[in-house]
Design a binder for this molecule. Sequence first.
Ligand code: NDP
Length: 485
Amino acid sequence: MTHPAQPKASHFINGEYVEDTAGTPIPVIYAATGEQIATVYAATPAIVEQALSTAKAAQKEWAKMTGTERGRVLRHAADIMRERNHDLSVLETYDTGKPLQETLVADATSGADALEYFGGLAASLTGEHIPLGEDWVYTKREALGLCVGIGAWNYPTQIACWKGAPALACGNSMVFKPSETTPLCALKVAEILIEAGAPAGVFNVVQGMGEVGGALVTDPRVDKVSLTGSVPTGKKVYAAAAEGMKHVTMELGGKSPLIIFDDADIDNAVGGAINGNFYSSGQVCSNGTRVFVQKGIKEKFLARLAERTGNAILGDPMDEATSFGPMVTENQMNIVLGYIEKGKEEGARLICGGKRADMDGYFIEPTVFADVTDDMTIAREEIFGPVMSVLDFDTEEEVVARANDTEFGLSAGVFTKDFTRAHRVIGNLEAGSCFINSYNDAPVEAPFGGVKASGVGRENSKEAIKHFSQVKSVYVRMGDVEAAF
Ligand code: NDP
């Protein structure tokens, strides 16, 4: 019997599902059991061509519609997503393994927020009038054209919406390639957009591995590439896009600092560290995985952290009581277990967790290491799993320098009751998305993105509009033209 997660076909192009079984089969594995629940096929060159030519053709008409009309489609899609939240959340859980307790509140809901927010903004995208005596200049905010979105596997619905919604609001079309690991959810986003009234071809989904992404990025018809992925992939995609002088948004990895001063409310700081390390089993780019704790409260912090981490409920992700799910794949589990072994070998003190959970599926116990030093592998490399490194510090000056001593710059957080210090520390941290007495909030109203190797451009908020549109300026002369001859 076909599993309910099996999509009607692998790709969604020109308003309908399209299949081409000549592509490489991609098995979809449910991370909680290891069972294969669906199969999709990687896009063949013919499918890539069909998606790009369709999206190119659809864009012009879409851009000619008024912002109000485009916005209405996006807002209607948001309503449909909210109505179907339960089914979409179950699918997200099958796609990623994340517990339903999370997916019910974080995935289709945040996707709907993006559709609603950018749907609301679509009609407000105007230019300026610049008076120059009798002459004047006016500006127009225009679409870029055909955009490519490429997603990571941790938030397949949200990533499709965070890229698709602002792109479409500005009058662009999109071809979106989900991660091969989680190919299911973006197809639903495409289906819902059509149902909400988007013209066929405006938002298309094709499956495949890196080579399909590469074919999309290098096509001369593509005007912009928005990638969510790792830094090494980001470097490749950025370079390929530069060849064609394409616009880019790069949402890449991190190794973000979370700094806890000794005057912080301990339970809030522990809560922030849990949210910033164990949500989605640690598979979140902005996680605060280097937790710097001032020496005075270190042991108290660790004791409370171990106690609360012990309350995590590992189990069937479809059971709403489960609060901690598996790694997305066996491969990712093995990568993370490798980092845990490195932590032990290099002398970090294991506080809790530290091994694969004794159950079916790719579960790793939430793991905390203390006495981590700046040079240890687990303090330097992005792990993308439930492994928290706790480091000690004495002074503000010292911790800021150590926090910034990384190639990454996605996020940073500080817990303290001293507000002057909180703002000063955040002001000195090299990171794009920061938190004071909180961690990992990502409302659509706030810009999201990194500095340094963590990325280029911003998603969400009004900032995203700048990255999916361009300004045309028009000089208007009212009098005669003066010329030298
Ligand atoms: P990868 O970088 O491995 O892949 C990202 C996407 O790019 C996938 O769809 C992948 O396809 C595709 N891809 C790979 N190579 C190429 C290429 N040469 N040209 C075009 N596309 C290519 O990342 P993961 O999927 O493993 O995701 C984890 C990473 O994503 C982490 O580093 C994490 O920090 C980052 N991330 C960043 C976020 C942010 O907003 N800053 C949010 C979430 C994750 P495929 O995998 O199918 O081969």
